[in-house]
Design a protein around this ligand. Structure first.
Ligand code: NDP
Length: 339
């Protein structure tokens, strides 16, 4: 049971967390980054990453995250493989309790716990995730040039993913479990007007079908027509599951302002949360872009904002120190008088 104090505590080891760590460490703040269960975050389950600047050839997601980890460590971050189980933001310093039994105290906290795409959980989905199944059209749409793909879902995400995929795929079929979309009307108008898009209503994907190793890849779907109860198989070139995301915010519920969808609220053009010594970066606050490069940028912002806060706090300390000394002196004097 070790208690460790740091000026900047960072929770989360994705692009936001590591970028925050790099900036905080280079500002000589000696940050501690607690990784969580999945160090590297969502990119560790991705193969080719072609949209993170700096890599002329596609970089593998796990390799990119390993490089970020090493970079953060190299410039002076303490990386701890632990999972934070509870946080008390009302304390100063903030108190975070690790699964290991260790306690982490931070003058400033940067939350970079990310989000997870929701999955259907149907048979075959886990087998072909990254091999024909994706939850991010912007990340992976490029790999489906000229192919026929499906998007599963009926909200804003599904409609946006479908529209984005029309840039690459020859045909996009949206499969939705009901007979009505819940996406915004303006998106629906663009969606229904697009010549490459078709919709299959009242249909569930009950299984993902494919080839096993060595040519592991998704080849088709088993669909259930909810109206008739009839199951059919269709072949597909790729499938995008777009049924929403879960931001990892359970630790902070009731302690920070959040959006209705459970994302941590931040001020515009800032990563400032509803508490003065807490910043939030990456997908845990971003329900719009959900991109590694954006998360990395937000991590940088969070570290710069935390650094400014800590510098101002330090600058104000001599005044506090003076006040304390004056109080002590007054007490001494009054003691003298009493005496
Ligand atoms: P939503 O919760 O809005 O929609 C999820 C969709 O997935 C629904 O159509 C739902 O079906 C379907 N779904 C959920 N679970 C299953 C399942 N097990 N099997 C089949 N279908 C399923 O999530 P979004 O990610 O689309 O949006 C989340 C939030 O983010 C919303 O507030 C949205 O407005 C916002 N957003 C905004 C964007 C923008 O402003 N441009 C872009 C993306 C998101 P059903 O309809 O039957 O419930």
């Amino acid at each position: 049971m070790v208690e460790t104090k740091t000026r900047v505590l960072i929770i989360g080891a994705g692009p936001a967390g590591y970028s925050a760590a790099i900036y905080a460490a280079r500002a000589n703040l000696k940050p501690i980054l607690v990784t969580g269960i999945q160090p590297g975050g969502q990119l560790t389950t991705t193969t080719d990453v072609e949209n993170f600047p700096g890599f002329a050839q596609a970089v593998q997601g796990p390799e990119l995250m390993e490089q970020m980890r090493q970079q953060a460590e190299h410039v002076g971050t303490s990386i701890v493989f632990d999972t934070i189980m509870s946080v008390d933001l009302s304390q100063d310093p903030i108190v975070a309790q690790g699964d290991s039994g260790d306690t982490y105290l931070g003058d400033a906290l940067i939350i970079a716990t990310g989000a997870q795409a929701k999955w259907l959980g149907s048979p075959g989905e886990a087998d072909y995730s990254g091999y024909g199944i994706s939850a991010c059209a912007v990340c992976d749409g490029f790999f489906y040039r000229g192919k026929e793909v499906v998007v599963i879902g009926g909200g804003n995400t599904a409609v946006e993913e479908a529209l984005y995929l029309t840039n690459h795929a020859s045909k996009v079929t949206l499969i939705h479990r009901r007979d009505k979309l819940r996406a915004e009307q303006i998106l629906q108008d663009r969606f229904f007007a697009h010549p490459k898009i078709e919709v299959v209503w009242n249909t569930e994907v009950v299984a993902f079908l494919g080839e096993s190793e060595p040519s592991r890849r998704l080849t088709g779907l088993r669909l259930l027509d909810r109206a008739t109860g009839v199951e059919t198989s269709v072949s597909v070139g790729g499938a995008f599951v777009a049924i929403g995301h879960d931001p990892a915010t359970a630790l902070f519920r009731g302690q920070l302002d959040m959006t209705d969808a459970g994302y941590i609220k931040i001020a515009p053009w800032s990563t400032a949360t509803s508490r003065k010594n807490v910043w939030s970066a990456g997908d845990v606050s971003d329900d719009r872009y959900k991109q590694a490069v954006v998360a990395a940028g937000m991590g940088c912002m969070a570290a710069l904002e935390a650094e400014k806060y800590l510098a101002e706090r330090t600058a104000s300390q001599p005044t506090a120190e003076k006040a304390r000394k004056a109080r002590e002196s007054a007490n001494w004097n009054s003691n003298l008088t009493i005496a």
